[in-house]
Ligand binder design. Sequence first.
Ligand code: HEM
Length: 501
Amino acid sequence: MIGIDMDASISNPQIWLIGIIVFFLAYNYLTKESWKRLPPGPPSLPLIGSLPFLGSSDIREPLRKLANKYGDVFTIYLGSRRVVVLDGYDVIHDAFVKNAKVFSGRPNIFTIKIITGGYGIVSTEGEFCREQRRYALHILRDFGVGRSKLEGRMLEEITFFIQEMEKNTDKPLYPQAIIQKSVANVIASVTFGKRMNYEDPIFTKFMETFNRNFRVIGSSGFINIFPFVRYLPGDLFHIKQLQRDYDYLISEYQRIIDEHKKAAKEGKQDDDFISVYLKKIEEEKNVEDSSFTEKQLVCLCNDLFSAGTETSSTTLEWAILFMSLNSDTQARVHAEIDDVLGNDALPSMHHRIQLPFTEATILETQRLGNIVPLGVPHAVTEDVYFRDYFIPKGTMIIPNLYSVHIHPELWPEPEKFKPERFLDSDGNIDQKELIPFSVGKRQCLGEGMAKMELFLYFTSMMQHFNFKLAPGCPAPNMKGLLGLTNTPEPFHVLVEKRNSK
Ligand code: HEM
């Protein structure tokens, strides 16, 4: 008969070891959040998480496939970071609008933290962010979003833009730089109170640095998943470059803020974001722990430039590309604009209602261009049960706006460019479930300004020019290049001056 010698077992180190392992496994199992039913998802491997299931660089289609398999709320792991992806309009709306209080946080992202230091709006959360967001919106509204003051400044910039395009007619043009400088000038005019000459070397250096910064952040997924790479010698992952470029941009904002302070001391009143904000800092100087500081103003300037330049200019680039490839649509837009504006009246926002097809073409550009396809990541600010799943506090949330904009039930033949889909049977605009600016409490702060910009720029461009692909230049791959935004692959167009009517 086989008996158990208890004394021998207690002193046997192997049995102790097995006991400890069993204890830890059991502890891990019992305390693991998964028993609380985290949203399902693909397996997660040590260190790399779900990366093998996300394709090489463009994760849009892999995310769609995962949604087909796991449903409209699913979990992936970027390295060891847990991320919940929301797929489709209903679930994004449920989270960001109906559960806005919990879903309006921002995740802690290494590259963003090293450059912003926790200031600004885009990457902050909580009461600090709410107060700053409210005040920034107040300035923008007061300043003229939806009113003629901003429209006047924009139209002035558009005049320079049209002149610049005219210099480039009848030869192959890659329009990215001209559009971007002009759109950056709109932000400069709102923020600094002045536009800059396109050839100005300071402006050129600023935009080059800004673009490099944007590109590095756009491709910094690897650094954010494996932040320890910052300790490697050299600068293989461009982290030092990122910091250097950011310091340069900050010094430029600071220089302009100092000029404003000097002007204010001399009694000169400026009518721009910086001037209004500086007055607020002065008003709050005796308020303990006021969130209105110069450091915050500097970061706000950067937020407005970062969030407001690339997005609008990329949308306009897509618009030119779609027009070049869809001559029937282009002809219909031309005809509508000719009827309402002729060839020299300046467009204004009150023309929007008379130009429904033009408006529908802009909406279709936003849908198919999918400029910010994965939105800006949110985070849940507390543990939450959502659609029967448990999502722990701090989890990063990705709203897959791309999934909304290519959903075949919402948009039949979603891959085709068809502005008519936004017109109802009476020919009026029906925006349907288009959400390029996201939804909820963190919805784009510049939406009003962006809509004005897209309408005035697009209408003016179409009033003056006809676009077609430059001979010998093939159409680019229409999926675009995914970074922070989805930009068209480089393309060359022929810009032809129109003589309408
Ligand atoms: C076509 C142009 C634009 C598009 C497609 C766009 C899209 C977006 C999206 C998707 C978000 C993320 C919202 C979220 O977190 O749920 C966002 C945030 C933001 N946008 Fe825009 N945007 C555009 C233009 C602008 C402009 C012109 C400005 C500046 C005046 C601006 C300023 C901001 C800011 C400050 C945020 C952060 C808001 C926050 O964190 O609370 N955007 N935008």
